[in-house]
Design a protein around this ligand. Sequence first.
Ligand code: NAD
Length: 499
Amino acid sequence: MNAQASTPAAATPFIGKLLINGTWQDAADGATLERRSPAHDEVVAVYAKAGVADAVKAVKAARKAFDHGPWPTMKGTERARILRAVAEGILARKHELARLETLENGKPLAQSMAEIEGAADLWHYAATLARNLHGDSYNTLGEATLGVVLRDPIGVVSIITPWNFPFLIVSQKLPFALAAGCTCVVKPAEVTSGTTVMLGEILVAAGIPAGVVNIIVGQGSVIGDVLVTDADVDMLSFTGSTAVGKQAVAKSAQTLKKVSMELGGKNPQVVFADCDFDAAVDAAVFGIYFNAGQCCNSGSRILVQASIAERFAAAVIERSKAVRVGDPLIDGTQVGAITTDKQLATILSHINGARRAGATVALGGAQLPGPGMYVEPTVVTGVTPDMAIAREEVFGPVLSVLTFEDLDEAVELANSTLYGLSAAVWSQDFSTCLQAARRIRAGTVWVNTFLEGHAELPFGGYRESGIGRELGRFATEDYTETKTLHMHLGPRTDWYVAK
Ligand code: NAD
């Protein structure tokens, strides 16, 4: 493959503290955490590393800010003004944000920039929802009754995010929770905390009141656990792996928190013989190598109709060879580094497992020479539905190719994993597209396109891919309780004890 020579990150490390109750603080025990760039193996950030005491303090600050206001009762226009100021603050610092995202995550700089700009759009969109959040009323319950349904902010929300799209994912949650009037404690993944901490600086500059957003950096099993279990937290909004998500749901049940879970995926792109061949090949390549395959929506399974399967796989392999892998700071790089050494080991072990199970590694399959952690674009053919590579999330640049004969089999294969996050259907026959799209059990089905997203369109998964939806016009409602006002008008006429 064409791994390029690594350039030094040449950056002064980013220094991040904890944002608790409106002030930047060191950890109570003075602990710190270093992040090394996965592409350059240099220290790029040093954080105050929160412990349990800091996490509890952050939750208490959010509780106080919720219970004593002013944020939950502030006018929607005022909350919207601050959210818009944050969006503008993000755009004003987009170069800094994108660079830090790339240094910590290993993704190409242009991709980080698109992520930051996309996130700013989410803050703008949430600002519109802050002014539109409303309940309902019933004037049909009889002369003496008026029913009013209120949307009340749910309270303190714990926000826990993963390392693959740190800035986008916090922006899929935080502005919507804030628009609803909630207060929050945010815990980014420990390896990519930088842009979330910078977001804290932007929030403070935009005038967010003290305690409304608290940001703590540290280990999931330690401080994440506090955010999941503390009785002062009303809701958990979590994005991460299905395994950790399940544990978090179980633990949060002790205090019956509302949960919103965005978890893993094993997403099929279903390619029918009558598709626009070139477009589908390109989408297959993009769908698996985008973000080095470290993407919940990664199109990690190609299900292709048997009559074109050989030609399709050959075309995907050919085009994969042209994908530029290497230093994410170099212009034109399409696939950057694998973000953590643990993930690198997981990817390589999945590839070896597929070999052992009898599949063919038709392209790639190996780690590229360092410095930095890179994996060759990899295509695995001869995959059958029972193999782990067809069912489990690899989270790397590794594509599995399976075949089907007809629509029924395609749908059965598409639905054959425990996940249900997203899928794509490729056919020039509209009826085929719609039949498949309606029968595939996934939160998003793309038709003749892949991985596009808009703030207006809800996002989330079926089955073990999650609980709830983010984005879309109902996104703020998820962060509310519904309160019924059942009101009697005029003098009472019916008595429990007759007068
Ligand atoms: P992860 O589950 O390991 O970690 C996610 C977050 O949970 C991190 O902040 C981590 O520190 C924290 N955490 C870890 N242990 C915890 C605990 N015991 N209690 C509370 N928090 C804890 O996931 P990851 O490796 O960072 O991210 C990759 C996973 O995220 C993949 O499975 C991917 O599919 C999924 N993901 C899903 C979506 C989606 O929208 N559905 C989006 C992005 C990523």
